[in-house]
Design a binder for this molecule. Structure first.
Ligand SMILES: NC(=O)c1ccc[n+]([C@@H]2O[C@H](COP(=O)([O-])OP(=O)(O)OC[C@H]3O[C@@H](n4cnc5c(N)ncnc54)[C@H](OP(=O)(O)O)[C@@H]3O)[C@@H](O)[C@H]2O)c1
Length: 320
């Protein structure tokens, strides 16, 4: 089968299209013939080498989420899965391939009316957006800032905050055109990447959902209201400065909270319940997915070049 692996970390040209044997489902797994493969920010972060300390090695087969049809089941898995269309989480590897394996507890049936492309745009990111707001104890009427809103996590977070009755939903983004698109999805105030702009934006935020991290993260800690909660869900802008915690300590009297959030810490059944509900919402048109472009699997490097060039609004999807 065709698959895409990292030959060299760093530039997208370090991705190679290779032939690999199709994986055999182990006990508890299913094999899926992919119809759509999500290209996530996490794939870019791994390919760039930002997570070098986490043990990723040359030859790594990228990709975390796919949609397709179950073609085989491993020992102990109900055979009735065979032939069903599903979304699947493959972990931090294995997705950029014509055939993938996934644990049966990491697959969700696709409702009628939801395309594989939409499923991989929402499946991983929607859950992050949901639980990040949940961990932030977001309540109706509060002012929310989504930092790095133009990706699929941010796009869903904006919609969920708006639908949850936020008093304001501010976003950071890099262009007025993106700002307009985010307004269409529910944003009420558009800031630039440094947090400037939006003259009528709230001066402080009760909740910040941050996909970006990086050098400027402390500036956004300063924007928290008293009792404000900051939830870091991504590092697309790199790691924050090592001493960023001092910013919280120097604002001690504001009772601020900083949390990281990884969906790995949500019990599987809870994740799957939220994902199924979001898939149903998307199939009904109550939650929008934003697909930037669908490219053939063997153009994964182009997909990554687009991400590195900052061209992607929403999600790029690969189709085998
Ligand atoms: N917490 C979890 O459980 C979980 C799960 C999956 C993934 N992740 C993480 O989430 C991140 C990917 O999320 P995503 O796919 O939604 O993001 P994304 O599409 O890669 O990026 C989101 C937006 O951030 C802005 N951005 C990019 N680089 C920036 C920079 N240097 N400074 C400021 N803004 C920048 C860009 O928008 P503008 O150009 O409009 O500013 C971009 O569209 C990764 O870090 C990944 O590891 C977390």
């Amino acid at each position: 089968m065709k698959a895409v692996v990292i030959r060299t970390f760093g530039h997208p040209d370090g991705l190679d299209v290779v032939d690999l044997p199709a994986p055999v489902p182990a006990p508890g797994q299913v094999r899926i013939a992919t119809e759509a493969i999500g290209v996530g920010g996490v794939d870019a972060v791994i390919r760039r080498g930002t997570l070098a300390g986490h043990g990723f090695r040359a030859g790594h087969l990228l990709g975390s989420e796919v949609a397709g049809s179950v073609t085989a089941v491993g020992e102990g898995v109900d055979a009735s899965w065979t032939g069903r269309r599903v979304w699947a989480f493959t972990g931090l590897s294995g997705g950029y391939a014509e055939q993938v394996v996934a644990a049966v507890e990491d697959i969700v049936p696709l409702p009628d009316g939801l395309t594989g492309v939409d499923a991989v745009t929402l499946g991983g990111s929607g859950v992050v957006a949901h639980f990040a707001l949940d961990r932030a104890r977001f309540a109706p009427g509060e002012a929310v800032l989504v930092r790095g809103a133009a990706g699929s996590i941010g796009i869903t977070a904006v919609q969920l905050a708006a639908r949850g009755g936020a008093g304001a939903v501010a976003v950071t983004t890099s262009s007025a055109e993106r700002g307009a698109r985010l307004r269409d999805l529910g944003a009420t105030h558009v800031l630039d990447r440094s947090g400037a702009g939006g003259p009528d934006a709230p001066s402080g935020f009760d909740v910040v959902i941050d996909v970006v991290g990086g050098d400027q993260l402390p500036l956004f800690l300063d924007r928290l209201n008293p009792n404000g909660r900051f939830v870091a869900v991504g590092v697309v802008g790199g790691q924050p400065p090592a001493d960023f915690g001092m910013r919280l300590m120097s604002a001690f009297r504001k009772s601020l909270s900083f949390a990281t959030f990884s969906s790995d810490t949500v019990p599987g059944p809870e994740r799957q319940a939220v994902r199924s509900a979001q898939f149903a919402d998307a199939a009904r048109g109550d939650l929008r997915t934003v697909v930037h472009e669908v490219l053939p699997l063997d153009q994964a490097a182009l997909a990554h070049r687009r991400m590195d060039a900052g061209e992607v609004f929403g999600r790029v999807v690969l189709a085998p």
